[in-house]
Design a binder for this molecule. Structure first.
Ligand code: ZN
Length: 165
């Protein structure tokens, strides 16, 4: 396992729509291991493949490790099946946009399908921090970052803060 360099916004690779993974080979297993190590090393709770320069639909997350419980997930080819009507606004950081946090509105919960590293297709309802992380990481797979979710005014303020961070 190794810690990979994390791309920093506005690297153009962070604005690309990623391609499906499909069949899971040794390269994907090795990438997922490295992404988890990279995420823990960077003190993050989620990391998407494009953030390490791989334009594939895959992300890793662990919503609880900072509370002392390691529970890593690898989500391959995720598909949002349903989102809650209720939305919440939470301050989000991003390992690719270091030094700033921005309040992003998102649905409070979702039903998500994904393929595990073992090749099993699973469906689960996610809420709380897990939902927040999943939405954030799936945005990365579509070339969308937190700044793209802000009003023009909030975005201008966030970009000014980022430039001086
Ligand atoms: Zn991010």
């Amino acid at each position: 396992m190794s810690v990979l360099p994390i791309l920093i916004w506005p690297d153009p690779r962070l604005s690309e729509v990623c391609a499906p993974v499909g069949e899971i080979g040794e390269n994907i297993r090795s990438l997922a291991d490295d992404m988890l190590e990279t995420m823990y090393d960077a003190q993050g709770r989620g990391l998407a493949a494009p953030q390490v320069g791989v334009l594939a639909r895959l992300f890793v997350m662990d919503a609880s490790w900072k509370d002392g419980v390691r529970a890593p997930s690898v989500c391959i080819d995720p598909k949002i099946l349903e989102t809650s009507d209720e939305t919440t606004g939470v301050e989000e950081g991003c390992l690719s946009i270091p030094g700033i946090a921005t309040e992003v509105m998102r649905p409070a919960a979702l039903r998500l399908a994904w393929t595990t590293l073992e090749g099993e297709r699973v469906i689960a309802r996610l809420d709380g921090a897990q939902a927040r992380i999943a939405f954030h990481e799936i945005d990365h797979l579509d070339g969308v970052v937190t700044l793209d979710r802000l009003s023009p005014k909030a975005r201008a303020e966030a970009e000014a803060q980022y430039a001086s961070a």
